[in-house]
Design a protein around this ligand. Structure first.
Ligand code: ZN
Length: 288
């Protein structure tokens, strides 16, 4: 099943993508919530009801897709988790998982603008397989971690390299608003099957920059969830970026960064693709 958050007629809600249409879930079955985290919290019963839901279809072409999770509680991301990316970074294979956070205000969806910060010209791409947590989970042994993943989507761990490296940890350079596009929807775990055999690509203006497969993850998805749940309670709607393969802009000779107007696409087999365009940010002060 493909679960999306979408806006149509000025109203944002969730739906199930079927072919070229989207089934408005709460319209098809009024027992279902209109928001994705509430839906995930409603558990297996809501998932089963969504499988059955039919009618209330809207053509996909008429809706705006949003980030499938618009306001995640947590966005965790792992660094240096593909061998070719470790090598291009001039580093040794990490012995431990290297975790940082991204700001939840980074989450935008398919087609959304990504902001070029006024304070940097070093905006880089990172294609990543993203896990969406479906259960409240703590101390989960590796062999049971698959139970806590609701599904997967494409993600772009956009990185502002000068800010990333002018601090001893990555978080600030990874947390600019709009710098965590995810989508186009959540493809549920049962439909994905093995998450460690998916082709993953990044294209900028149609040119392939990264091309790999999730079988090359150093710490795989299940290693990551076992480690994280030893530390913190994961909750429905939490988002985990699983690492990026080689081919990031900063490692190129000479380095390449995104320019205003550039279109960046992340494509993963079975999950679809997301394309976002870099636009100049508005630096107006906001206090509300
Ligand atoms: Zn990353």
């Amino acid at each position: 099943m493909k679960l999306a958050t979408f806006t149509h007629g000025g109203k944002t809600r969730i739906g199930k993508v079927v072919g070229d249409d989207i089934v408005d879930l709460a319209a098809a079955d009024p027992s279902l919530p209109t928001e994705m985290i509430a839906f995930l919290k409603a558990g297996d019963a809501a998932m089963a009801a969504a499988e059955k839901a039919s009618g209330s279809e809207i053509p996909l072409a008429e809706v705006t897709l949003e980030a499938p999770i618009m306001k995640p509680g947590k966005v965790m991301a792992i660094g240096l988790n593909y061998g070719d990316h470790v090598k291009e970074s001039g580093l040794d294979t990490p012995e431990n998982q290297i975790w940082f956070t991204k700001s939840p205000t980074g989450c935008v969806g398919e087609g959304a603008d990504v902001l070029k910060p006024a304070v940097s010209d070093m905006v880089d791409w990172e294609a990543e397989l993203v896990m969406v947590i479906g259960k409240r989970a703590r101390n989960v042994p590796r062999e049971r971690t698959h139970e806590i993943v609701a599904g997967y989507c494409c993600g772009n761990d956009i990185s502002v390299r000068d800010w990333q490296f002018h601090s001893p940890q990555f978080t600030i350079g990874k947390s600019f608003d709009t710098h965590g596009p995810i989508g186009p929807w959540i493809t549920t775990s049962d439909e994905v099957g093995d998450p460690h055999d998916l082709d993953i690509k990044c294209l900028v203006n149609g040119e392939v920059k990264q091309c790999s497969n999730t079988k090359h993850l150093i710490f795989d998805c299940f290693d990551q969830l076992a480690e994280l749940t030893q530390v913190m309670t994961l909750e429905p709607g939490d988002i985990i970026f699983s690492g990026t393969p080689g081919g990031v802009g900063i490692a190129m000779q000479p380095p390449q960064f995104m320019k205003i107007g550039d279109e960046v696409t992340i494509e993963i087999s079975k999950l679809g693709s997301i394309t976002n365009t870099l636009v100049a940010e508005d630096t107006t002060t906001v206090i509300e």
